[in-house]
Design a protein around this ligand. Structure first.
Ligand code: FAD
Length: 322
């Protein structure tokens, strides 16, 4: 591989690890929006110790960003500087232990929410079916206090484990995580590595029924097969973001190939070939129109990372992340 300038800056300075580095990785291939730029380096640590070692000995000026499944994420077109950490194998274990009727489900932060929901169903651990409606990882769900259908992470988290920027492990109870609506107050540079979630004994068939209902409702109300980042904006207190967007006449509004979904107008959809700049620009236009019409200011729920401009211009090449 011919390293671009930025990648070459890091190449000789990356710590030796047991996991895998990939260079100049096209993130648009894996994030839900299917848009945006490249990462200088993607690091998939082998396990928690490997990640802790990497964080402890990395060069102090090396930026580190963790990305889950990219289902609530916009990667800007100029790409992400430094190392993007992705938790895959080594971070997907699931275990349940029972305290009477109470299930304590220990899950790795790289586990997919849907797989955790299926695992809990099979184990007869109820109360976690809502995870089947959230298309991300447990790490992303902890960071976003993800929730759906009347439950959210703050209702079920018993504890979470996270590495700080220096690689030290912290065990956090729910109070220390500061979970509120789509927010955790855990420092932004900490990386969740696992969690213990509480469930209760329930018949697998009953849990399966709840998951089917959730799935049917999602199919009917959200563009779940589209290239999207989920809800674009959080709901302002006492209001629904989608209603405000509708009221401001933004349903179906488009910029380039980015479009406000007709089905659920708090979703932006990449209809094919949208740039991150199209998507972000459309979001900003919606914010402007909503404020003009209603006086209310919408806050982005989607996390935006990276640089605005493509640098250097994408000339192809580099590794793609499978
Ligand atoms: C079709 C669709 C429907 C959706 N429906 C819902 C819904 O009903 N309810 C809901 O809450 N959300 C919903 N979402 C949004 C999204 O699925 C959730 O926010 C999800 O929790 C994000 O997880 P992720 O792994 O994809 O995180 P990413 O999108 O990759 O990242 C989101 C944020 O989490 C951080 N992060 C990721 N992993 C870690 C980690 N291990 N440690 C620390 N920080 C981390 C990232 O740095 C980033 O800031 C939907 C999205 C889509 C596309």
């Amino acid at each position: 591989m011919m390293a671009n300038g930025r990648v070459a800056d890091w190449l000789d300075r990356l710590p030796s690890v047991r996991g895998r580095y990939a260079f100049d990785v096209d993130l648009s291939r894996t994030v839900w929006f299917r848009a945006g730029g490249r990462a200088d380096v993607v690091f998939r640590p082998a396990d928690i110790d490997d990640l802790a070692h990497f964080l402890a000995v990395r060069p102090a000026d090396l930026p580190v960003t963790v990305v889950g499944l990219g289902s609530n994420l916009l990667v800007r077109d100029g790409g992400v500087e430094g190392v993007v950490v992705r938790l895959r194998q080594g971070f997907r274990d699931m275990n349940v232990r029972w305290e009477g009727e109470r299930a304590l489900v220990e899950v790795g932060a790289g586990a997919l929410d849907m797989n955790v929901a299926r695992y809990c169903r099979d184990q007869g651990a109820g109360g976690l079916a809502f995870l089947s409606g959230i298309p991300g990882t447990i790490g992303g769900a902890l960071r976003m206090n993800a929730g759906a259908y009347g439950s959210e992470m703050s209702d079920v988290v018993v504890e979470a484990r996270a590495l700080d920027a220096a690689g030290s492990l912290h065990v956090l109870g729910p109070d220390e995580m500061g979970l509120s609506y789509r927010h955790s107050s855990v420092p932004g540079d900490w990386i969740f590595v696992s969690a213990v979630l509480a469930g209760r004994r329930e018949e697998p068939a009953q849990i399966a029924g709840q998951m089917e209902t959730i799935n049917a409702e999602r199919e009917a109300s959200q563009p779940i097969r589209a290239r999207t980042g989920g809800s674009t904006f959080t709901n302002p207190a006492g209001h629904s973001a989608w209603e405000l967007i509708d009221e401001a006449g933004c349903r179906g509004l488009s910029r380039g190939s980015a479009r406000i979904s007709e089905q659920h107008c708090n979703f932006i959809v990449n209809t094919g070939g949208a740039t991150a700049s199209d998507i972000e620009g459309l979001g900003e236009e919606v914010r402007r129109r909503v404020e003009e019409k209603t006086g209310l200011s919408l806050d982005w729920e989607i996390r935006r990372i990276g640089r605005h401009r493509r640098w250097p211009p994408n000339e192809g090449g580099g590794e793609d992340e499978a």
